[in-house]
Design a protein around this ligand. Structure first.
Ligand SMILES: Nc1ncnc2c1ncn2[C@@H]1O[C@H](COP(=O)(O)OP(=O)(O)OP(=O)(O)O)[C@@H](O)[C@H]1O
Ligand SMILES: [Zn+2]
Length: 465
């Protein structure tokens, strides 16, 4: 399996630290708002990476943190009149609601910063003892000059950085590029006691401390969005390697941006769409399908038209699944040519995923499966054995992509299935009583609501349009 490694800027063969196991860490959200579609990209993509490893038989130890204390959280909590921890708890609950709708599995551990202050303090202490960090009036900084490899992940050079940096002048720092490991509490701010007085951790140290705790040294994969390469991940590398004396994560994976009119979707630019807003119009699996339809390192521009295309593409798969459910196969084993074709398609799928998780290419094999399957059904020659093979192949895609096919999914949490089924039943009874006007009225009104009834020889089917 090949992974593009930001650290070496090449596609490398993936060799796990321990055979059969993958240890991975992905930087999670800062808990002061609902997640937007940009935040959803790493969440969905790395969930798919994890699923692929599991499908290949690996045990995956997957850690995704919550940054539940930082400047933005403190500010927001003050505005809302609650404590930062309460604010964090609220958005963590909301995060899981969104993640569930997107088909994202729970990580093995979801550590919160506020629950790992002792580990963070230990690490900061160690860095001071080893000469990599210094304290000034209650703040602690990492001294970038003490770490010769600084810049190796992002490919930046310290001198260049210094020359080009518009770093705020801070009298306390020895080098303007030094970054905070521990921040002294300002009046009214939440704080924890520490050897340097009351304060709270800096952003970068939390990921170093929590990954070390749950994954150990030299773990396999570290992921996040491309905006995190510098300074966040660069600083994680410096702190972790300075502290342990060992290489930190061995494979660094970064996703490209979700853009709007080619600009990064972000809170600061105000051009963001919350996942829950999009969920009001599109089911979660359509959003997931959309996110996986492009290679993770490429930018992906968001608009409704593209989501509608994803929806239509997914419908093609859904229709095939429905056709497969309804077909009356001939008795018999799977035919050789069907077996061969499906084996080839699954091989294409695997090859695409093994090539730096090319989900777009992997999806092409799914569409070929659907096209081929439909022609087999139409030919009338499909055997029970063939049918089973198609079902098993579809299951592979479901497991890895995290998308159920052939399910009529509710939007924004309301399951309308029982109501639609009731109306279908009422309409059938009206028809029996020859009250065709009323029966048509139900069909037409449902259509206006975007629900299409189709009379088929097997009964009435319905779908959203
Ligand atoms: N437009 C985007 N496209 C892809 N990934 C993104 C985008 N915006 C944020 N991310 C990723 O989402 C994860 C959470 O990041 P973070 O909590 O810093 O986001 P944020 O502060 O909401 O971002 P922003 O202020 O840029 O909207 C990170 O891995 C980050 O790289
Ligand atoms: Zn991080």
């Amino acid at each position: 399996m090949k992974i593009y490694n930001t650290l070496t800027k090449t596609k490398e063969e993936f060799i796990p630290r321990e055979p059969g196991k993958v240890y991975m860490y992905v930087c999670g959200p800062t808990t002061y708002n609902y997640i937007h579609l940009g935040n959803a990209r790493p969440i969905v993509f790395f969930d798919t990476v994890r699923r692929y490893f599991e499908y290949k038989g690996f045990e995956v130890i997957y850690v995704q943190n919550f940054t539940d204390i930082d400047d933005k959280i403190i500010k927001r909590a003050l505005e809302e009149g609650i404590s930062p921890v309460e604010l964090g708890q609220k958005y963590i609950i909301e995060y899981f609601k969104d993640a569930d709708r997107l088909g994202v599995k729970r990580a093995t551990v979801h550590p919160k910063v506020t629950e790992h202050i002792p580990e963070i303090i230990e690490m900061v202490k160690g860095l001071i003892e080893k000469g990599y960090a210094y304290e000034v009036e209650g703040d602690v900084y990492f001294a970038v000059d003490s770490f010769p490899d600084y810049g190796k992940l992002s490919g930046r050079d310290l001198d260049e950085l210094k020359a080009g940096a518009r770093v705020e002048v801070d009298e306390k720092k020895k080098n303007p590029l030094d970054f905070a490991l521990w921040k002294k509490a300002k009046p009214g701010e939440p704080f924890w006691e520490s050897p340097w007085g009351p304060g709270r951790p800096g952003w970068h140290i939390e990921c170093s401390a929590m990954s070390l705790k749950y994954l150990g040294e030299n773990f396999d994969i570290h992921g996040g969005g491309a905006d995190l390469v510098f300074p966040h991940h660069e600083n994680e590398v410096a702190q972790s390697e300075a502290f342990t004396g060992k290489p930190f994560a061995r494979y660094w994976m970064h996703n490209g941006f979700i853009t709007v009119n080619q600009e990064k979707m972000s809170k600061s630019l105000g051009n963001f769409f919350l996942v829950r807003e999009i969920l009001e119009k599109f089911p979660g699996r359509v959003i997931r399908f959309f996110l996986l339809s492009t290679h993770y390192r490429s930018p992906l521009d968001f608009d409704d038209k593209k989501l509608n295309e994803a929806k239509a593409a997914l419908e093609r798969v859904d229709n095939f699944v429905q056709n497969l459910k309804e077909v009356n196969p001939l008795p018999g084993e799977a035919r050789k040519e069907i077996q061969e074709k499906i084996t080839n398609l699954l091989r294409d799928f695997n090859e695409a995923m093994e090539d730096d998780f090319n989900t777009a290419q992997a999806m092409a094999s799914l569409f070929e499966l659907v096209r081929f399957g439909n022609t087999q059904i139409a030919s009338g020659n499909l055997t029970a054995g063939d049918k089973k093979l198609f079902e098993e192949a579809l299951n592979v895609y479901t497991r890895v992509f995290g998308i159920e096919f052939g399910v009529l999914e509710e939007i924004a949490g309301e399951d309308i299935t029982p109501l639609v089924e009731l109306l279908i039943e009422v309409r059938a009874r009206l028809k029996k009583e020859k009250k065709y006007d009323l029966a048509d009225f139900i069909r037409d009104e449902l259509k206006k609501q975007g629900i299409l009834l189709e009379d088929t020889p097997k009964g009435v089917r319905w779908k959203r349009v």
